[in-house]
Design a protein around this ligand. Structure first.
Ligand code: FAD
Length: 504
């Protein structure tokens, strides 16, 4: 679509948050909204995007930006940190788990100065985003996303669920709602056998609105900042540089990596890091790019005696939320059952399943930096996986729970050997070493434009960039401390709330 020179609001990034905001804001027919997206339109994305079991193949396509972290852990290997590129963003390439974090995991947001963002404050926005077919109390019944557990879960995953209950874990009713602990089938963003991304649910139904302009293959290069105010965006499309002006606001929805990168390239960030990257400092804001964190995951791969039925859904249909220590106020571990042996360079398995274990309230923190003002230069990403000992301790407790589940009678008909880490890796030192060397990303990076009131907060509780007028951030980057759920449902709620804040 052809862009006009000025708009009321410019949204930068057409992922989960950008699609929600574009749709919600243009419900007002008087508002002129521009959505810029660096990647392609939905019709130009790979066809595998729509096929739930094919999502792991998307990492090798242009629908993924292809980021890698700097070397992590004792063996110094980098970790792939995929993120979506194209309308729908990461919601178009993700694993389709749709779950709020446990309600207790949002308490720390207030401790960090984010006022009005408790679980109860977010609840109407969680509900607004969804039509939850499970009909559990507290769930939405009229939102654009249709979510439900897998209609026909894989038999090996059902056996894992039975094994978890046999080993003493609670059978939850609705593990996606944020109120329960224990194990249950989780809600998925799959409708009639196909993925439902943020573009499918929110943006495509709004595309005909006269107030909405969407420009794809448009890479936002720099914010236009003058006298402490953001007045527009410079972007690259069709081999040319364009400028779009916003009379009201620019809202960054480019995700944890993209939003922080754009602020830094525009001279908003820690002055001592910008100068070596050859960027003129416009506003010294020390928190931009700090506080990068993610859920790391450790995979316990099991061989099976019999073939596992082919996957129909997202591979990870059932999960559990549990505590690494009974005295904790809420769950801090997730165990997910996966119907394939997750590839591991140390152990190749023809048929099997995986039990993934993640610390869901990690303490480890890292950084995002830029080395150049060139928008095509990749960022330097260091999520600092397992740099905090607390995270290693938590995951060891999760591995013990996962191994007990794997030994339960309900898995007897399937059980073969644990091939990774393997039965010989048992004491805490050996397991800790395995964890630090063989973690993967759960692909939930957050926190680089954290909301709050401290010196390192980037946005205030209304998502306004501190010290710059006319500029907000509204995506996963504003999450000050990662909640104990896969992050997409929380980003939908943040964007729904941002739409209310912008409409005021
Ligand atoms: C492989 C994978 C699996 C995942 N699995 C799950 C899961 O099962 N469940 C779950 O809850 N979460 C999952 N997540 C995480 C979840 O999808 C994200 O937390 C969420 O989508 C983030 O939304 P966002 O709006 O912040 O960013 P995104 O959805 O990533 O959107 C950012 C958009 O901005 C665009 N952009 C970036 N820079 C620029 C620029 N300079 N100019 C223009 N556009 C730009 C990007 O192309 C992208 O479209 C997964 C993520 C990945 C990558």
């Amino acid at each position: 679509m052809k862009a006009r020179p000025d708009y009321d609001i410019i949204l930068v990034g057409g992922g989960t948050a950008g699609c929600v905001l574009a749709a919600r804001l243009t419900q007002d027919p008087d508002l002129r909204v521009l959505l810029l997206e660096a990647g392609p339109s939905t019709s130009a994305l790979p066809s595998a995007v729509a096929e739930p079991p094919a999502w792991p193949t998307l990492g090798a396509t242009p629908a993924n930006w292809g980021d890698m972290t700097v070397p992590q852990g004792p063996d110094g290997s980098p970790v792939a940190l995929p993120r979506g590129r194209g309308l729908g963003g990461s919601s178009a390439v993700n694993a389709m788990v749709f779950a709020r974090g446990h309600r207790t995991s949002y308490d720390s947001w207030a401790d960090l100065g984010a006022k009005g963002w408790s679980f109860d404050d977010l609840l109407p926005y969680f509900q607004r985003s969804e039509t939850a077919l499970g009909c559990a109390p507290g769930r939405g019944t009229n939102g654009p996303l249709t979510v439900a557990p897998a209609a026909r879960p894989n038999a090996v995953l059902l056996a894992c669920l039975a094994a978890a209950v046999q080993s003493g874990h609670r059978r939850a009713h609705d593990i996606s709602g944020g109120l329960e602990e224990g194990f249950a089938p989780v809600d998925l963003n799959i409708v009639a056998g196909r993925r439902q991304s943020a573009a499918d649910a929110y943006l495509l139904p709004a595309l005909d609105r006269p107030g909405l302009t969407v420009v794809t293959d448009a890479l936002a290069d720099r914010l236009i900042l003058k006298d402490g105010r953001c007045t527009g965006v410079r972007y690259l499309a069709d081999g040319r540089t364009h400028t779009a002006t916003a009379t009201r606001e620019v809202v960054l929805t480019a995700g944890t990596i993209g939003s922080a990168q754009l602020l830094l390239r525009s001279g908003v960030g820690p002055a001592d890091e910008l100068r070596p990257a050859d960027v003129d400092v416009v506003h010294d804001l020390p928190g931009v790019g700090r506080n990068l964190h993610d859920h790391p995951r450790v995979n316990l791969v099991h061989e099976t005696q019999v073939p596992v039925p082919p996957a129909r859904n997202n591979h990870g249909e059932i999960l559990g939320l549990l505590r690494s220590a009974p005295e904790l106020t809420g769950p801090d571990l997730q165990i997910i059952f996966i119907d394939i042996p997750v590839p591991n360079p140390a152990a190749t398995v023809a048929r099997g399943f995986t039990i993934g274990v993640s610390p869901m309230r990690p303490v480890s923190r890292g950084t995002l930096r830029i080395t150049s003002s060139d928008p095509t230069t990749p960022p330097v990403l260091d999520p600092g996986y397992f740099t905090a000992e607390e995270d290693v301790r938590a995951v060891l407790s999760g591995i013990a729970a996962a191994r007990e589940i794997a030994r339960s009678p309900a898995l007897a008909a399937w059980r073969g050997a644990e091939v990774s880490p393997g039965p010989g890796v048992v004491d805490d030192d050996a397991l800790g070493d395995f964890v630090r060397r063989h973690r993967t990303s759960y692909c939930h990076p957050v926190g680089t434009c954290a909301m709050g009131e401290s010196e390192t907060a980037v946005v205030d509780s209304e998502l306004r960039v501190r010290g710059i007028d006319g500029l907000r951030v509204a995506d996963a980057s504003v999450i000050p401390a990662i909640p104990s759920g896969n992050t997409n449902a929380t980003v939908y709620a943040i964007a729904e709330r941002a739409a209310d804040l912008l409409r005021r």
